[in-house]
Design a protein around this ligand. Sequence first.
Ligand SMILES: *Cc1c(COP(=O)(O)O)cnc(C)c1O
Length: 391
Amino acid sequence: MTSSSNPPSVETILTHAGRDPDSQFGFVNTPVYRGSTVLFKTLDDLDAQKQRFLYGRAGNPTTEGVEDVVTALEGAYRTKLVPSGLAAITIAMLSCLKTGDDILITDSAYEPGRKFADGYLTRMGITARYYDPRIGAGIADLMQPNTRAVLAESPGSLTFEMQDIPALAKAAHDNNARLIVDNSWASPLYHKPLALGADIVVHAGTKMFVGHSDAFAGTISTTEEAWADVERVRTLLGFFTSGDDAYLVSRGLKTLAIRMAAHQERALEIARWLEQQPEVASVIHPALPSHPDHALWQRDFTGSGSLFAFVLKPAPRDAVAAFVDGMTIFSMGYSWGGFESLCLPVKIAKNRTVMPWTNEGNLFRLHIGFEGTEDLKADLSAGFARYVKAR
Ligand SMILES: *Cc1c(COP(=O)(O)O)cnc(C)c1O
């Protein structure tokens, strides 16, 4: 990015960073590098280990192109591309922890990350405790001398509680612990946790970065201080993302800004419409004034994502089945971030250990994609009619 005095906008970073046409015969995109072996010309070169690339597992121009873009967006020291969002979370946790340490995890955290903490970290002699996502500065009271990491996810990707990242960062640092933030929902366009005090930011690149539901990836971006520990764990565990997958991330990133803007606008349109529907008990979207943490969203975010939830008035399982099974535009499935809209019934109780979910009624998570919003509303309306009938 050769340019004038001002730092480039995110749109320019997304379209120009991480590629170097001059070194690729003028072709616009960094191609897919497939490679394990990297050749050395002389014994001096081999001994010096000074080449830009030494072995494919450490990275190649395709993976580094993606890392450079995310580094610029997050305002990070560096970024590593890893095979999935979950890998980003597990590497980030391991980079902060050793036997005898303790981690505090938001009760709203992505479930597989919880499973890793409960099922694996505990076997390493690390304690994993959960905290109220809305605890804010009160997390200081939960700190133990051995607490070395705090995991936040703001908003939680099923229930959308917002977290006070600056307050969590301060309490973590006062206790010599690191704050890890899962920033998948907002993307670095609308929220920059490192600027608010976080040490490590992870993304499920699978979602918004890839943007087309056709590849897995994760990213870990850190401050300079946290970088060496992350890179050491990643290297020791042998995590690497193929050039093919990295290419799909780099391709998705080119349009991230316009996709996020479109997701934001369309999700808000549907959310506001849902607030008017008689069967809807509540809409849980941080950018709506009705959200209990709306003020935090206003303070720390510059936009909102594709994903939110709503609660339908209580009804038995048959009514939920009638609602989702008959949908023709919305599909049902895990993940999100693609062009296709998704509607997922969510059972939250088993995911909660400190903050029980007390909302009556049935919870659904929506990802709003790029179909016509009138078609999406009609699909939901017809679903509500089936829901009421089956109740
Ligand atoms: C999907 C998701 C992940 C995990 O990403 P994968 O690439 O599926 O492993 C992590 N965090 C959040 C918030 C997610 O939605």
